[in-house]
Design a binder for this molecule. Structure first.
Ligand SMILES: [Zn+2]
Length: 192
């Protein structure tokens, strides 16, 4: 999937989890940090791609991208597995604790969850593509849905652009329409 679809999927997952999860009050700083962390989590697995947007936007990103690519075992390897999810979970935990003194009003636990939800949504979305995802590394089997490869999506092609992406948008529209009062309550009462 493209970065654009991954970001939309990540924010969709975050919205659903937050809306159906237990009601909680968060600071505006937490809400903003959580959205950022979620979007970063949504594209993090693709740092194993030298051409990933993550690297393209850095001046010498192309070279770092190649180094990471080699270290992480090539595209759709460590960062696209449950093991990678756990390792990045630890890394994100320490990074968030490290920068917490700069953002005291932020609930670090929630920001961490937002990052992990973004990263998890990436693996789920990539599971729908032809290449599949090696969920159970070090067992080197790539899983995909539907199991028949022929029926899966090709990254960046018409089904993604005109099918998956608009469907996610429609889902968001419907979801927030159906939970309109809950959404108002969050915006008016629960972000402080
Ligand atoms: Zn990916």
């Amino acid at each position: 999937m493209t970065a654009r679809t991954h970001d939309l999927a990540a924010i969709t997952a975050l919205g659903v989890v937050f809306m159906i999860g237990p009601a909680r009050t968060v600071t505006l700083a937490t809400a903003i940090a959580a959205v950022f962390a979620n979007l970063i989590g949504g594209i993090t697995p693709d740092i194993d791609q030298p051409t990933a947007p993550f690297w393209r936007n850095l001046p010498v990103g192309k070279y770092f991208g190649r180094v990471f690519d080699a270290m992480l075992g090539g595209h759709r390897f460590l960062t696209h597995s449950l093991l990678g999810l756990v390792l990045f979970g630890f890394a994100a935990h320490w990074l968030i604790i490290f920068i917490h003194p700069l953002m005291m009003r932020v609930d670090t636990g929630l920001v961490w969850w937002a990052f992990m939800i973004g990263m998890f949504s990436h693996l789920v979305m990539d599971t729908l593509t032809k290449e599949g995802v090696p969920w159970l590394l070090p067992i080197p089997i790539k899983f995909g849905l539907p199991p028949l490869k022929r029926l899966r999506i090709t990254t960046g092609k018409a089904v993604e652009t005109f099918g998956v992406f608009p469907l996610l948008l429609i889902f968001n529209g419907f979801f927030y329409w159906a939970n309109y009062h809950e959404l108002l309550d969050i915006l008016h009462q629960r972000i402080v």
